[in-house]
Design a protein around this ligand. Structure first.
Ligand SMILES: [Zn+2]
Ligand SMILES: [Zn+2]
Length: 356
């Protein structure tokens, strides 16, 4: 579970805006990474909590839905969302303010170069059948996303164009600006938006991507779904998310595996459960029946005198273990079909059974 924003700031749920501001100031000073006893992780946490709780609209949503709603909104996802436990710091554009840079100046840390922007993560569902999930399957997916521009290979430069000093930052890669914050006015240093901190830019921008190094399009992706995967499990495909502008690191692709129901089978861990109907005669006299398993039909011997509800175990006919060898079992529960209509003759025969 993600930590509660109120707990992080150490304020009550009904804390006033002033209380929140005060708590944030105190903690931000205490944990700033450039100070002795500072803590980068903690500082980010505090910043993140403050970003949400200091904004009336965001706070209201947080109170209602909890953390994670930010990712689900405008993040370019379909349904779902990653929910609690997802690391928001790895999220491009997750609302981390530039407080780090601001404090960098304040505490003498100097200007720090911002990491190049990272591409967004993508989340999508992939549907497989019960049997495909059991044995694994290769799926071809179509992903509509931001990709590295093929024309320029992500450099943003028109073919044959050389790189020249960026005109906006005069080659420094940085721009200064004055920022008004709750702690007063600060001069902050940020990466130059024109060259993304590189200091140089192509003389002539690529016509296909207008110098960003990225284009939107559809990509086909072949994915290996591992044997033994269960409904609701997520596969992470490193670097298969959206490409980042100016050659930054791509995001990841998260695949939520959705296993379709199979009327014949029920899964319990690595075991498969099913039911098989037999006649009264087979139950009493014994016999052989065909049982559907994920391997196909398998013969099963029914011993004479089998009782309704008896379960037989077919060893090794269950689901292959995920990421290790071996398989679970298939368990068949026997249902004895009691006839509803009887001929005169059959009735007579059964009446002879009364004493059994
Ligand atoms: Zn291009
Ligand atoms: Zn620049």
């Amino acid at each position: 579970m993600a930590k509660d924003y109120y707990d992080i700031l150490g304020v009550a749920k009904n804390a006033s805006d002033d209380d929140i501001k005060r708590a944030f100031r105190k903690l931000a000073h205490q944990y700033h990474p450039d100070k002795t006893g500072g803590n980068d992780t903690k500082f980010k946490e505090i910043n993140q909590a403050y970003q949400t709780l200091s904004d009336a609209e965001k706070r209201k949503k947080y109170d209602q839905f909890g953390a994670g709603y930010e990712q689900m909104g405008g993040g370019g996802f379909g349904s779902g969302g990653f929910g609690a436990g997802f690391d928001p710091n790895s999220w491009a554009g997750a609302g981390m303010g530039d407080l780090g840079e601001m404090f960098g100046d304040m505490f003498g840390g100097g200007a720090r170069r911002r990491e190049p922007q990272r591409g967004r993560h993508i989340e999508m569902d992939v549907h497989v059948t019960f049997v495909e999930a059991a044995f694994g399957v290769e799926k071809d997916l179509r992903v509509y996303k931001t990709m590295t521009c093929e024309e320029c290979g992500g450099t943003g430069a028109e073919k044959g164009s050389k790189r020249i000093e960026c005109s906006q930052c005069a080659g420094s890669g940085q721009v200064r600006k004055v920022q008004q914050t709750i702690l007063g006015n600060f001069q902050t240093v940020g990466a130059c938006p024109r060259c993304d901190g590189k200091g140089s830019a192509p003389e002539k921008e690529c016509h296909a991507c207008h110098g960003n190094g990225i284009t939107k399009g559809e990509r086909e992706l072949r994915v290996q779904i591992p044997a033994g995967i269960a409904d609701g499990e997520t596969l992470r495909m490193y670097g298969e998310g959206e490409a980042a502008p100016h050659g930054g690191r791509s995001g990841d692709l998260y695949l939520n595996v959705r296993v379709k129901r199979d009327a014949r089978f029920e899964r319990n861990g690595s075991d498969v459960h099913s039911e098989a109907e037999i006649t009264v005669a087979t139950a009493a006299l014994g016999g052989e029946i065909a049982v559907d398993t994920i391997d196909g039909a398998v013969d099963l011997k029914i011993p004479a005198g089998t009782q309704p509800g008896t379960a037989f175990r077919l060893r090794g006919k269950g689901i292959p273990h995920l990421r290790r060898s071996g398989r679970g079992d298939h368990i068949v529960q026997i249902i004895v079909r009691i006839p509803k209509k009887l001929s005169k003759e059959q009735r007579k025969m059964l009446e002879g059974w009364e004493d059994f």
